[in-house]
Design a protein around this ligand. Structure first.
Ligand code: GLN
Length: 207
């Protein structure tokens, strides 16, 4: 593939940050709200924002099934925070009746980190990168359970052990996963100038 065109789901969320990150990597980034726009992209990013609003608007505009179909058909997708929720096949603590696009064989817990740590930043080690990723979590979800085809790329310690600075591996929570060409993070790699996750996604699109 010559330089791919990447769409950013743009019904709601921090669309501009993703467009900027993709453009910084030299690819064409376009916003996607309609089915015709979805048909023209080689990969799709679903940003952080509010998943309940995203699915509501996708339903209202009649595009939810088009997104579901394209993702199920193998369109490479990268979901961040609310975007991870949108990709979950199973959801815990969703709003009443909340549905998703699916595509990722995981159970995602929405707003998982709880009140006291609503938002936080952490240096997160990845299996795929040399140095840690400085990650911004905002009312973030985590992956509660991952299917056999899902590769865990990163996890963070939570709970009393974590607060005391110890690492209780049993309490680690999964915050980044990959299944084929579907990538998802609990946090916002589009915030800041570390482009490694976007680059990893582009590798999944082009290989
Ligand atoms: N809690 C939000 C949701 O349910 C996600 C937050 C975010 O994307 N920063 O969609």
């Amino acid at each position: 593939m010559t330089s791919p065109t990447i769409g950013v789901f743009a019904l709601q969320g921090d669309v501009r940050e993703h467009v900027q990150a993709l453009e910084a990597l030299g690819v064409r980034a376009v916003t996607v709200r309609r089915e015709e726009e979805l048909d023209r992209v080689d990969g799709l990013v679903i940003p952080g924002g509010e998943s309940t609003t995203m699915i509501k608007l996708a339903d209202v505009f009649g595009v939810a099934d088009a997104f579901r179909r394209r993702i199920a058909d193998g369109l490479p997708v990268f979901g961040t925070c609310a975007g991870m929720i949108m990709l979950a096949d199973r959801l815990v603590d969703g709003a009443e009746g909340q549905t998703t696009f699916g595509g990722l064989d995981v159970t995602v817990r929405r707003n998982a980190f709880g009140r006291q740590v609503d938002s936080f930043e952490a240096d997160v080690d990845f299996t795929t990168f040399d140095g840690p990723v400085h990650a911004v979590f905002i009312r973030a979800p985590w992956v509660e359970e991952a299917g056999p085809g899902v590769e865990v790329l990163a996890a963070v310690p939570v709970g009393p052990g974590a607060a005391a600075g110890t690492t209780d591996r049993a309490a680690d929570r999964i915050v980044a996963v990959r299944q084929g060409s579907v990538l998802a993070t609990s946090f916002h790699p589009e915030v800041g100038d570390d482009l490694r996750l976007h680059r990893l996604f582009l590798d999944l699109v082009t290989t």
